[in-house]
Design a protein around this ligand. Structure first.
Ligand code: DP6
Length: 392
């Protein structure tokens, strides 16, 4: 009977990140070692986050996972197994060093229950696995009081998850093996508080080809990817870091758009091609360039991951005008639910006449730079009596 045993649990939340210098391609699939280093911005958890409760008890019979309320296959999930194994082996090593008592050792051998929930569409190109694995690894780290860098364990769950383990701009240093492929904060979220990110949710649908499979095909078939890794990314990494440090938005924006364009060029160069952007995504690209051309300066930038949804970067003084243009172009008939996240005023005078493209965008989230994972005190997804999910 599970009720007879003590249940220890902890709930944590973790953010989504959006890559500015993209990760695409691995040198080791099993360990998730990337071909190149990457840099991302961590987004505000008030608007996008994964929340995860982990629990352990002598009474649990097997490791169990529920994602958004649905029970998942644990045994055949190699990435999840890798994270659990790594955490347990780390906890064991640490316990040995600390000369831990029998109770602590028993805890490490117990089974774990995990429940996780996102407040945004799963697998729609909004980095749900990054936030999910970051929340999981951070929560397990808390449960077993693990000290040290956990980004290398989050990386095993999903490569980009290691960049969701901290706030602000985060660099994932490619490294060459298990221990040196880690993520580190480059600057904290307060470094550039004027940054705004509009996430244009073009589709809530799950993508056809996931990043993992897509990357594998690209590594095997795209010659452009080889050139990108050896000749393009190293320069862009240096340049984007300088732009971030100097708050040089137009340099930052240009690199950001070129990176997105090259990622999708590599996808197109993959055989058979990977087509993640749709017609609406392409309209968004045109909209951004039209806006920048109108002002003769770069005030807005786009980036797309492995999906059709757009992430637009701008600065606070331009946010309402950008929102007005998005509302005019895509918000037709969507009512007041069109904008979510940070409040925006989408009724500024239009700088020029905008084309209307009805019903192609679901909604828009306005957000800003945010913090890394944190412990959540007032919420739990598992019952402290049964260790089973609480359905709200
Ligand atoms: C296009 O981290 O989802 O978003 O390591 O196989 O889980 P796996 O891939 P994942 O890939 C993200 C790719 C990207 C670019 C990026 O976030 O850098």
């Amino acid at each position: 009977m599970q009720e007879e045993h003590e249940i220890e649990m902890v709930t944590c939340s973790a953010p989504v990140n959006i890559a500015v210098i993209k990760y695409w391609g691995k040198s080791c699939e099993k360990k998730n070692i990337p071909l190149n280093s990457s840099i991302s911005l961590t987004l505000n958890q008030d608007h996008l986050k994964a929340t995860t409760t982990v629990a352990t008890s002598k009474g649990f019979e097997s490791d169990k996972v529920w994602l958004n309320g649905v029970k998942q296959d644990v045994v055949n999930n190699a990435r999840l197994q890798a994270c659990l194994n790594e955490i347990r082996s780390w906890a064991r090593k640490q316990a040995a060093r600390r000369k831990a008592d029998a109770k602590e050792l028993l805890k490490i051998s117990q089974k774990i229950h995990i429940a996780s929930q996102n407040n945004f569409p799963t697998a729609a190109g909004l980095a749900s696995s990054a936030a999910g694995y970051a929340a999981l690894v951070f929560a397990l780290g808390q449960l077993f009081s693990i000290e040290g860098d956990l980004t290398r364990i989050a990386r095993r769950g999903s490569g980009s998850a290691c960049r969701s383990m901290d706030g602000g701009f985060v660099e994932w240093i490619a490294g060459t093996d298990e221990d040196d492929s880690i993520a580190k904060q480059f600057v904290p979220e307060m470094h550039w508080p004027e940054l705004r990110v509009f996430i244009i949710v073009v589709s809530k649908k799950k993508k056809d080809i996931g990043s993992t499979g897509g990357m594998k095909n690209s590594v095997e078939t795209s010659s452009l990817l080889q050139y990108r890794v050896s000749d393009v990314v190293p320069h862009r990494l240096t340049a984007v870091k300088t732009a971030i440090l100097e708050h040089d938005f137009s340099a930052f924006a240009e690199i950001c758009m070129k990176e997105s364009n090259q990622l999708h060029a590599v996808c197109q160069d993959t055989y058979p091609p990977l087509l993640y952007m749709n017609d609406t995504s392409k309209e968004i690209v045109k909209l951004v360039h039209k806006y920048n051309d109108f002002y003769g300066s770069t005030r807005l930038a786009y980036t797309f991951d492995a999906g059709p949804n757009a992430f637009l970067f701008t600065l606070d003084p331009f946010a309402n005008e950008v929102a007005t243009i998005l509302n005019e172009t895509f918000g037709f008939n969507s009512g007041d639910k069109f904008f979510r996240g940070l409040p925006v005023k989408a009724n500024e005078p239009l700088p020029y006449e905008c084309e209307t493209l009805e019903n192609s965008v679901e909604y828009v989230i306005c957000t800003n730079p945010g913090q890394g994972p944190k412990v959540v005190m007032d919420e739990t997804l598992l019952s402290n009596k049964s260790g089973l999910p609480i359905f709200n």
